[in-house]
Write a protein that binds this ligand. Structure first.
Ligand code: GLN
Length: 448
């Protein structure tokens, strides 16, 4: 399998560009060792996978798709999720392309190469985990890990016609994930099927003393929840997610999915998430504020490249950051620094936090009465390459259906539910209660 994975990468990745760094020698070696071992009941025995390049891998280059880290060749440790995959004998074939520091929705912010959508290479794969979604869609790996701060697993899964899951905040350890917005970031699996997804999440979930926000709960066997039975399942459909601004083909695909659920014995009702209009603004304020603090560690001293043109220490900080970060990352740092500065803190950051609480309450109120919430993952199918990159406000606005889920901390999956007339995949989003990933998987699996 590992050999087949590299063969496929050789065939298609010149065009798809899902990988930044390959781990060929070590992966083939590991596969050989596994062949000779008798560990064959490990949960992911010999399964080739790819890891998003903001997840630290020991002695394997980890760049966050940034020029700042292009020479970060030998991290000293593995992220907890990487250790857990290794313990169940998955084989890491390489590090996956992404928007720089996970900021973006199209992968065009990668400082290495823009990933192409395998369904049609004129289109973007989505972002920021575009490499993770494209690699699975193109058959280069059997699963990948992505990260989701405001939709970065679900939206590319939707654009690439694969299954992407953002777990409840705190379910999967963030130790070894390069932080973007620490109160929102979660790692999750991208796969072809819901069953594969549940299998990988079972392996990577669980308490970790190295992450103070990691929840201390027993992890159920999610694969056991895949009964095919959704009789009596109560589905809420927010009117804000199927109204104005949603592409008619996306709406039609979602309405058809709801009909399938009805035929399986589930019921659905229209509801309202009244604070939806404020979610994108609150998300970009909170995530950029946290990013401006988290990215302060990149100063040319401790990590990554150092500017060669500096005259003194302050100049070295400035020049390293000016040369190392791309345009979108700088935009976020400036936005976040502004929102946190004295005189503006109450008007922006504090307000955004208050809105976050209202949004969380909206979700909790609905999920008290319903088992799951459904709607589109994204208001549109994949964009053409170059279509929205010069218009950050439109790109931000299109995160409308994914960012509220991170603000509320609840779990959400994207499963394929149809195609646009241009042949591009459309995703159905299913959102559940805190730590009720089992119901989300059960619902997604029944539809698949
Ligand atoms: N598109 C969002 C952003 O640019 C989502 C990013 C993410 O989830 N990492 O912030």
């Amino acid at each position: 399998l590992v050999k087949a994975s590299f063969d496929r990468i050789g065939e298609v990745d010149g065009e798809v560009q899902a990988f930044i760094t390959l781990n060929e020698e070590k992966a083939l070696e590991a596969a050989k060792e596994l062949d000779a071992s008798d560990d064959k009941d490990a949960k992911l025995f010999g399964i080739p996978c790819g890891i998003k390049d903001n997840i630290v891998t020991k002695e394997l280059r980890t760049t966050c798709a940034s020029q700042f880290l292009r020479n970060f060749n030998d991290p000293l440790y593995n992220a907890t999720v990487v250790e857990k995959l290794g313990a169940e004998k998955a084989v890491n074939v390489g590090k996956l392309n992404m928007d720089e520091f996970a900021m973006g929705s199209t992968n065009e912010n990668s400082s290495f190469a823009a990933v192409k959508n395998p369904w049609n290479t004129d289109y973007v794969p989505g972002g920021s985990s575009g490499g993770s979604a494209a690699a699975v869609a193109a058959g280069e790996v059997l699963f990948s890990l992505g990260t989701d701060t405001g939709g970065s697993i679900r939206q590319p899964a939707s654009f690439c016609g694969v299954v992407g899951f953002k777990p409840t905040y705190g379910l999967v350890s963030r130790y070894g994930l390069v932080a973007f917005a620490s109160s929102l970031d979660q790692i999750g699996p991208i796969t072809r099927t819901v069953e594969d997804n549940a299998r990988v999440l079972e392996v990577i979930a669980g308490n970790d003393k190295m992450d103070a926000t990691s929840a201390n709960l027993d992890i159920p066997e999610y694969t056991k929840a895949l009964t095919g039975d959704v009789k009596g399942l109560k589905i809420a459909v927010p009117k804000e997610y199927i109204g104005e601004g949603v592409d008619p083909e996306v709406k039609e695909a979602v309405m058809n999915a709801l009909k399938v659920y009805e035929s399986l014995g589930a019921t659905w009702e229209e509801v309202s998430l009244p604070h939806s209009d404020y979610a994108v603004a609150a998300y970009y304020l909170i995530s950029s504020s946290e990013a401006s603090a988290n990215l302060a560690r990149f100063d040319g001293v401790r990590y990554g490249v150092r500017s060669e043109n500096a005259e003194n220490m302050i100049d070295m900080f400035k020049k390293s950051r000016s040369e190392g970060f791309g345009e979108e990352v700088k935009r976020r740092i400036m936005l976040g620094t502004f929102a946190l500065s004295s005189g503006y803190y109450d008007a922006y950051y504090k307000k955004a936090q208050q809105v976050r609480t209202l949004i969380k309450n909206d979700f909790e109120n609905i999920l008290e009465k319903f088992d799951v919430i459904m709607g589109p993952t994204s208001p549109t199918p994949a964009y053409k390459i170059g279509e929205v990159i010069d218009d950050p406000m439109t790109m931000y606005a299109n995160d409308i259906m994914t960012v509220p889920v991170n603000l509320a901390g609840v779990p959400g999956i994207s499963v394929p539910c149809g195609f646009s007339s241009e042949g591009m995949p459309i995703g159905l989003q299913i959102i559940g209660k805190h730590f009720d990933e089992s119901t989300v998987y059960r619902a997604a699996h029944a539809f698949e």
